[in-house]
Write a protein that binds this ligand. Structure first.
Ligand SMILES: Nc1ncnc2c1ncn2[C@@H]1O[C@H](COP(=O)(O)OP(=O)(O)OP(=O)(O)O)[C@@H](O)[C@H]1O
Ligand SMILES: [Mg+2]
Length: 265
């Protein structure tokens, strides 16, 4: 049998939907993506985390690139609104520069379980238009959604959002129908149970392509080491101020009469 190793950069996918039954490996997959983006992606990438379970993504809370970590309903809505505001600001910037695509850092909006936002009607009412907006206009602004869900049904993931999450990662599902709802065909229901088999398979659907893959899992130790290395990463000093603020104002104070004298001020 010919074994093919292939690689593609999921960090560049516009938006990703990761779905599968409980224990199918969604959080492991999501953690792998975040960890890879944080360690190997662009040094300037940013994250907004929505983690109602409070345990799946909390290790990234103190990352320099984490601009928001939300773990309750109100905070999660505010975090989504913040992502929409960032997109809109980026569009204004793109417009003023005459660009069609934002060339600054990628922003990943990471949702560990979409059902957390969709099961309480008042929260759902606010969340749906925001997620929909991010999924519709985020791409050009280099803002990407990574969303997990146990349940790929319409009540949890409205069609208006689902149709924009074009890259689908189907892990083990409870039924053939769930597999079809995620990747368009049956197959995910036959995957081994990662909890008992210590491995996870997935189908990745990108447009017409459907690939069967093994999902890697970082050990806790690898994660801890990686994150502590990241925390130590040297920050490139900003160009300004070249002199400390106080010295700078002192210099201004001393030199401004001279500048005025020479007509430079
Ligand atoms: N890629 C993998 N390789 C090896 N083991 C895995 C992998 N993915 C998951 N597992 C095993 O399965 C367990 C459950 O995975 P995970 O917590 O990611 O599931 P989940 O889909 O997020 O579940 P839930 O819907 O309940 O949140 C892990 O703790 C791990 O033991
Ligand atoms: Mg999970």
């Amino acid at each position: 049998m010919k074994v093919l190793n292939f690689y593609y950069n999921l960090l560049e996918e516009p938006h990703i939907l990761i779905a599968g039954a409980t224990g199918s490996g969604k959080s492991v997959m999501l953690n792998g993506l975040v960890f890879t983006a944080a360690c190997c992606g662009s040094a300037k990438c940013q994250f907004i985390f929505l983690d109602k379970k409070r345990v799946e993504l909390c290790q990234y809370k103190n990352l320099r690139s984490c601009i928001t970590y939300a773990d309750d309903d109100q905070q999660m809505i505010e975090a989504l609104q913040q992502a929409v505001d960032i997109i809109e600001t980026r569009y204004v910037e793109m417009q003023s520069r005459g660009q069609k695509k934002y060339t600054g850092p990628a922003l990943y909006v990471v949702v560990d379980e979409l059902a957390d936002l969709m099961t309480i009607p008042v929260v759902k009412k606010q969340a749906v238009p925001l997620i929909q907006r991010i999924s519709q206009i985020g791409r050009a602004a280099n803002v990407h959604l990574w969303v997990c869900t146990q349940n790929p049904l319409r009540e949890i993931i409205p069609t208006s959002i689902k149709c924009n999450l074009e890259c689908r990662i189907g892990l083990r599902t409870a039924s053939q129908q769930d597999s079809r709802n995620i990747i368009g065909v049956a197959g995910c229901e036959r995957f081994p149970n990662p909890r008992t088999e210590n491995r996870a398979n997935a189908y990745i659907r990108r447009g017409a392509d459907l690939d069967l893959v093994n999902i890697p899992m970082y050990s806790d130790e690898e994660m801890e080491n990686g994150l502590s290395q990241l925390a130590k990463r040297i920050v490139i000093a900003p160009v300004k101020p070249l002199v400390p603020h106080e010295t700078e104002s002192m210099l201004k104070l001393i030199f401004s009469p001279l500048l005025w004298l020479f007509g430079l001020k």
